[in-house]
Design a protein around this ligand. Structure first.
Ligand SMILES: Nc1ncnc2c1ncn2[C@@H]1O[C@H](COP(=O)(O)OP(=O)(O)OP(=O)(O)O)[C@@H](O)[C@H]1O
Ligand SMILES: [Mg+2]
Length: 495
């Protein structure tokens, strides 16, 4: 495609060359080391593998054109002047322009599929898997999923040159959507993180239904205040989606209704809402409830315990119903959903201990998972957990208090300490547990912590291993060391 077509209608200023004579044939990228002859290199300030300082290597790799932002240092001009055949264009904001250009390059794939995007502190991955499962089970639909666990169509992962973020940067995201469309995907489900919304990664994905799950404390390291964090999430509902599905039990939900009058559908367990659940009955194997919509009642069941899982199921059903699918069939599919890796994933040890591996790594999710477990626990509850390093430190004592409040024994351990001293992280969590009076042990080595918890547990006890879910690594320093909670449990309990 010609660069002039990619930029049509967008404010831009040509610094060198002619966009109408510049063909982009090898995609768009922020990463200098992914530039090929025919690429459009977008020099996004602050981007780790690129930015204005990387214009020279991008040119050396054969970039056909370069987009720079308004604040690009004048020095860069001497760099591209040495390659007069390369077209250079300045745009007011590189990320906003990148989303437009990348989407057009791939033929605006979001317009050709049903698009669902989910935002909220907790539940994005869970709801995305649920949407995929119910559409597949009820309609035989081919669904694409983009999120924390990578991007896939069914069981097939779409390989990427390097590991990408939960919500990939717009060149990668649009590429993935293009792949999905080309392979006959009818519906794509996307996790929209607050940082992604803030940095325009989700622009031009043409979302049909945006889902808001909840807002509780997390990511204050990125956003500074809860108000900033909320505002970032709310961007999804400011022109990025046509319709919204909103949790009416969360106070932020009301703000979304004011932003999109007439286009908001609500779900709730407590508040009045378009989709409601009542008569919950929770046991270790799952939850039964009655779903209410439009004056009708639908008996429903999900193979996951907990009120939060019912909330996720309501969000799922409401979003898929808005896309035009049959409500009765959607509800019937809920009970046949497969387990979601690392989300309340269960295993019974030969000694009769139930082990639950869960991705809860924020105060609210830890609280939700532990109160759910308490609901059906017959024996002791032993919680193995930690807090990530180089991330929000303000939640650490609070998570200690929550774990202590709902457990009989806590085993404090490392959860991706990254560049922090693992002992220092545990030192910040420990006062929270100590304040509850619950006994605890500490092992910076996660395998030792799991082994200790399993050895302390007997028949009918429950060991919750929280924080990492299905992550296959422990990040220590800058190293990704292979580690899986569930694989460790299986290994330690093998007879
Ligand atoms: N609706 C919910 N409300 C509160 N907690 C939830 C909810 N759904 C799931 N959880 C808990 O939060 C954990 C993380 O869930 P999930 O992976 O779906 O969230 P996420 O929003 O994708 O998180 P991340 O931003 O880290 O990718 C789960 O393992 C579970 O403990
Ligand atoms: Mg996720």
């Amino acid at each position: 495609m010609k660069l002039s077509e990619l930029l049509a209608g967008q404010e831009h200023h040509v610094l060198q060359g002619d966009p109408a004579r510049t063909w982009i044939t090898a995609g768009t990228t922020f990463d200098a080391d992914r530039v090929m002859p025919g690429s459009l290199f977008i020099a996004v300030p602050g981007h780790r593998e690129g930015g204005p300082d990387s214009v020279a290597p991008a040119l050396a790799c054969g970039a056909a054109a370069v987009l720079v932002g308004a604040a690009t240092p004048a020095l860069a001009a001497s760099v591209w002047a040495s390659a007069p055949e390369v077209c250079v264009v300045r745009v007011p904001d590189t990320r906003t322009a990148a989303a437009v250009v990348a989407s057009r390059y791939f033929g605006e794939p979001g317009r050709q599929m049903d698009m669902v995007a989910i935002t909220g502190t907790n539940g994005k991955t869970s709801v995305s898997y649920m949407v995929e499962s119910v559409l597949r089970i009820s309609e035989g639909a081919k669904v694409g999923v983009i999120g924390t666990a990578g991007s896939r169509i069914g069981d097939e992962l779409i390989p990427m040159p390097r590991s990408v973020l939960t919500t990939p940067e717009s060149p990668d995201l649009q590429y993935l959507l293009g792949c999905m469309r080309d392979r006959g995907v009818g519906s794509a489900v996307l996790e929209a993180t607050s940082m992604a919304l803030l940095t325009h990664r989700v622009d031009r994905t043409f979302i049909d239904v945006g889902v808001f799950t909840n807002l509780t404390q997390d990511h204050l390291d990125d956003h500074g205040t809860m108000a900033n964090y909320r505002d970032a999430k709310l961007r999804l509902f400011q022109g990025l989606c046509r319709r919204a599905v909103v949790n009416a039990d969360d106070p932020v939900g009301a703000g979304i209704q004011a932003m999109m009058p007439g286009a908001v559908t609500t779900y709730a367990l407590d508040a009045e809402a378009d989709y409601r659940a009542t008569d919950l009955s929770v046991d270790a194997s799952g939850t039964r409830f009655i779903l209410h919509h439009d004056g009708r009642k639908y008996p429903a069941a999900i193979p996951v315990p907990g009120r939060f899982s019912v909330a996720n199921a309501l969000a799922t059903v409401a979003a898929c119903h808005l896309l035009g699918h049959d409500l009765g069939r959607l509800v019937a599919a809920l009970d046949r959903m497969p387990a979601i890796p690392g989300r309340f994933e269960r295993f019974q040890t030969p000694r009769g201990t139930s082990v639950i591996v869960d991705y809860a790594h924020s105060p609210d999710s830890l609280d939700k998972v532990l109160t759910t477990i308490r609901d059906f626990a017959r024996g002791q509850v032993i919680t193995v957990f930690g807090c990530g390093g180089d991330r929000d430190t303000t939640k650490r004592t609070d998570m200690g208090r929550i774990a202590g409040t709902h457990s009989d024994l806590c085993v404090l351990t490392s959860d991706n300490p990254r560049n922090e001293d693992p002992q220092a992280i545990l030192d910040q969590i420990a006062p929270g547990i100590a304040a509850t009076g619950t006994p605890f042990e500490r092992f910076t080595d996660r395998r030792q912590a799991v082994a200790f918890a399993l050895s302390a547990a007997g028949q009918d006890d429950i060991v919750l291993i929280a924080g990492k879910g299905s992550e296959p690594h422990q990040i220590i320093g800058d190293k990704l060391l292979p580690f899986s909670d569930m694989a460790t449990v299986l290994e330690l309990t093998r007879a």
